[in-house]
Every structure is written in C-alpha cells, then in structure tokens.
Design a protein around this ligand. Structure first.
Ligand code: 5GP
Length: 190
C-alpha cells in the first residue's frame, strides 16, 4: 500500500477556505481526511472539540510543544496558538489516506519543507482586500478590532502567495471548489 499525500490549503481568513474544504470533503469522492489542529483560541458557536479543533489551554499547548507533538505550530494571532499534530497526520498517511491541512501560510510552507514531493501547497486568494473586508463584516462572527487584525494579517499572508505550488482565486465559489477539487484529484492520482 502506498502512503497518502498531504494537501496543505492556506488562505487569509474570510477567503472561503473552510467552505471550499468542507464541500470537497462532503463530496466524498476523494480519499481525503481532514487534519484536526490544536488551538488555544476559544470555540466559536457550533464548533466541537476533536472535530473542528482540539481546544487546549495555553498550558496544555506548551506541554505539547515541549513533548514534540507538533509538526509545526504558529502564534497566528497575538496569544492565539495553532498547531498540527504529528500523530494524526502520520497515522492517516501511513494508512494510505490523503490528508488535507487547513493552516496559515507559514505553517503551510513549513509542512511542505517536511513532506517535500508528498505534499502540495494551495493558496486560496480573495478577489481583493476590499472584498475580503466585506466578507468578514457580513460573516458577523468577529468584532471590528478583530476584523482589522485579520485584514492586516491577510495583507501579510497575500505577500506569500507566490511561494505556493498552486493558487486559486475565490471570486466564484462553485468554480473555486471545482478547481481545488480537480487539483487535489490530479495530485493524489499521481
Ligand atoms: P480560525 O481561528 O479562523 O479557525 O483560524 C485562523 C487561522 O489559523 C487560519 O488561517 C487557519 O488556517 C490557521 N490554522 C488552523 N490550524 C492551524 C495549524 O495547525 N497550524 C497553523 N500554522 N495554522 C493553523
């Protein structure tokens, strides 16, 4: 049995990344599992521990770092840590399944360095920063200060897009889902 592949999807917050990944997972035609990250941010309404994230205290997160449990981790926002657990990723690819990681740009580039040709990095772009602000405001889950913080972060992340293997602009959701689906299909059938 051959090992599974690693698909790393990064995008500024509000680019539709989760929607795109969920649509592809739900379509169910690709042998794809979702990598559940650990985070110290609190759950949003509807999010479940062990499904969307492993929600940890800062102390639990620091212990996991000290134990070498993360492939990569980042302080994506001040005081908010996110990390990919080595045990989950390696178990899934060793079982021959492909895994999709929804992580920030720096984490994505770090994972590519570790998995090399067994990984592909995909960057989802918004049509523009103004459109991104509009989407974040209409999602209504974040305060104005958090939205400003996310826009600053998005501008930084957009500057890293050229370092990714593939780029997909999400100006039309159905087309973006189709494009990302096809490129995962192509990569995992290699
Ligand atoms: P959110 O708080 O909106 O769920 O996620 C914020 C950002 O953290 C997103 O860009 C998401 O992809 C990223 N993220 C989620 N999990 C991880 C992880 O394990 N590692 C890294 N580096 N970033 C992550």
């Amino acid at each position: 049995m051959s090992k599974g592949k690693v698909i790393v999807v990064a995008a500024p917050s509000g680019c539709g990344k989760s929607t795109i990944i969920n649509a592809i997972l739900e379509a169910g035609d690709l042998d794809l599992r979702f990598s559940v990250s650990a985070t110290t941010r609190p759950p949003r309404p509807g999010e479940k521990d062990g499904v969307n994230y492993y929600f940890m205290s800062e102390e639990q997160f620091r212990d996991a770092i000290a134990e070498g449990e993360f492939i990569e981790y980042e302080e994506v926002y001040p005081g908010r840590f996110y990390g990919t657990l080595r045990s989950d990723v390696d178990r899934i690819i060793n079982e021959g399944h492909n895994i999709v990681l929804d992580i920030d740009v720096n984490g994505a580039l770090g994972v590519k360095e570790i998995y090399g040709p067994d990984a592909i990095t995909v960057f989802i772009e918004p049509p523009s920063v103004a459109e991104l602000r509009h989407r974040l405001e209409s999602r209504g889950t974040e305060s104005p200060e958090v939205i400003d913080e996310r826009i600053d972060r998005a501008e930084y992340e957009l500057s890293k897009a050229p370092l990714f293997d593939r780029r997909v602009v999400n100006d039309q959701l159905e087309r973006a889902i189709h494009d990302v689906h096809n490129l995962i299909d192509g990569f995992t059938s290699l």
